[in-house]
Write a new protein. Structure first.
Lengths: 189, 321
């Protein structure tokens, strides 16, 4: 990979830091009037998700990270790996449980996710912002309670548990925002 | 990008900018200090290894946009001008960011026979005047030595602490590459990231900078017998605003510092800059004892307005030029 000098730093640039791929969130020039210039950088470690702050001397360079984000279709899982396919080439990639992370509870076969590849292997998976999933288990709603706007837990087909209004039953399909895990509405078949 | 023709500054800030420029001028008029409009385009420039000049060409010859009016003003002082101020543009290459613009407005003035503490007091009066005209609460002014401000954050003395200790601290705070940096660079990192962030609101004047960061200031012994530079900096709400000196008048020492700058530039692989011999000749003839300070006017306006970036207080910052 190419090296990037501090004057090429910008948000979104992917760099190697201490052996891990990182993405620049913010970069600010610090330059005392009579002193050396430096770049104060906020980065996200793409493996751990942790945000760190580093300050580099101006002109210093870091190795670029071979990281790309790609839309891929989720196919299936076999207990060990989760399989994703590039829609153009039909090339398949297997992601570990660690790479899939929290996306696990939203993955429905055929849904298109953003898969981040690092050196060609999935590093992380971001599910679609909204998914439609069926309720597989929930307590029956009590009559008369609906006016209170109360809610109850419901288990979805993917295993996720979300809070839903009392009038919903098993078998109903609902729309969920995967970023917040919140119920968005009922989907009419 | 051609559709981005609009200025970064809004109408009320533009008016406020005009008022600020006028009040800076009238401050000096009232004190009978004349304005001088020295060139921004010159044949020579600074040798400072941390300041890059913008190159120009005049009739085929190499020229530079001035990084401050300092050298021309010192030649006027040596010629017997007496107290002078300059309000104009200065240029520094590659300084682009929220708090940096390659072209900026600088106020610089010199007071003959004054020391740096008298000049700090005048600077505080000037900033108080323009700040109090815009705010209900009077501006707080704090004065503290570099060593005391450094010690209050890190618990150690910036000059007597071993270089290795400072390098280790800088590497932990910055990144590994600071482990073999000079004392001046390590102190700059530690001060910029930690001490500045903890300064109180208002105007803070930091004086007696370490001898290794003297730039063009005299060296003297402080109250505790440490050799420090007679340089000060002003911070306004934690942002560096002004830099001043009890000016070095010893031509021989000045030449040594310029030669050291040139060696540093060579070591850093930066373009070679020849010493401004006209300035040296003026110093040889004799610069009167004086104190001088340079202030970033755009940054002053940024703090007076509580703006987030220079772009909001300049008609057209670099990105819009």
């Amino acid at each position: 990979m190419a090296n990037y000098s501090t004057n090429e730093f910008r948000s979104g640039l992917k760099l190697m830091l201490d052996g891990d791929p990182c993405s620049i969130l913010e970069n600010e020039l610090v330059k005392p009037g009579k002193g050396q210039a430096f770049s104060r950088v906020k980065l996200r470690n793409l493996k751990t998700g942790r945000v760190l702050e580093k300050t580099f001397k101006s002109g210093e360079s870091l190795e670029g990270a071979d990281v790309v984000d790609m839309d891929m279709q989720y196919l299936y899982e076999d207990g060990d790996f989760w399989y994703f396919m590039e829609p153009d080439t039909f090339e398949q990639h297997q992601a570990t449980e660690q790479a899939v992370g929290d996306a696990i509870k939203w993955l429905r076969e055929q849904d298109v996710c953003v898969v981040t590849l690092y050196n060609g292997s999935p590093l992380s998976v971001v599910p679609p912002n909204h998914v439609d999933l069926a309720i597989v288990q929930t307590d029956p709603g009590l009559r008369g309670d609906t006016a209170q706007g109360g809610s109850k837990p419901a288990k979805l087909v993917t295993g996720a548990v979300v809070k839903v209004p009392l009038f919903l039953d098993e078998g109903d399909v609902i729309k969920v925002d995967t970023r917040t895990g919140e119920y968005q509405g009922r989907v009419k078949e | 990008m051609a559709d981005n023709w609009q200025p970064g500054i809004n109408r009320s800030s533009l008016r406020d900018r005009s008022e600020l420029l006028q009040s800076l001028r009238s401050f000096f008029q009232q004190r009978q200090v004349p304005e001088v409009d020295v060139p921004v385009l010159g044949r020579s420039t600074v040798t400072d290894s941390n300041i890059e000049s913008v190159n120009a060409r005049v009739a085929g010859d190499s020229a530079y946009l001035q990084t401050s009016p300092e050298y021309f003003m010192k030649r006027l002082l040596a010629a017997g001008s007496g107290d002078i101020f300059c309000l104009g543009k200065a240029f520094r290459d590659a300084e682009i960011g929220r708090r940096h613009n390659p072209e900026f407005t600088m106020l610089e003035w010199y007071r003959c026979g004054w020391d740096e503490h008298q000049l700090m007091d005048e600077l505080a009066e000037l900033i108080s005047q323009v700040a109090n005209a815009r705010s209900e609460a009077p501006l707080t002014v704090t004065k503290v030595s570099y060593a005391d401000s450094f010690k209050s954050v890190f618990g150690i003395d910036p000059q007597s602490t071993e270089l290795g200790t400072l390098q280790k601290m800088a590497a932990e705070l910055g990144s590994e590459s600071w482990a073999d940096e000079s004392r001046a660079n390590c102190l700059d990192l530690l001060f910029s990231l930690k001490v500045e962030a903890q300064l109180p609101d208002g105007l803070v004047l930091i004086y007696d900078y370490p001898a290794c960061q003297a730039a063009l200031a005299q060296i003297h012994l402080d109250a505790k017998g440490r050799s420090v530079s007679r340089r000060f900096e002003a911070f306004f709400n934690r942002m560096e605003l002004a830099n001043g000196y009890r000016e070095l008048t010893d031509a021989r020492e000045q030449r040594q510092r310029f030669d050291k700058d040139r060696e540093q530039r060579h070591a850093d692989g930066k373009p070679e800059i020849t010493v401004d011999e006209k300035l040296m000749a003026a110093l040889d003839d004799g610069l009167p004892a004086c104190a001088g300070v340079a202030l970033g006017v755009d940054r002053l306006l940024m703090q007076l307005q509580g703006a987030e970036s220079l772009d909001q207080v300049m008609p057209f910052s670099w990105s819009r030029s």
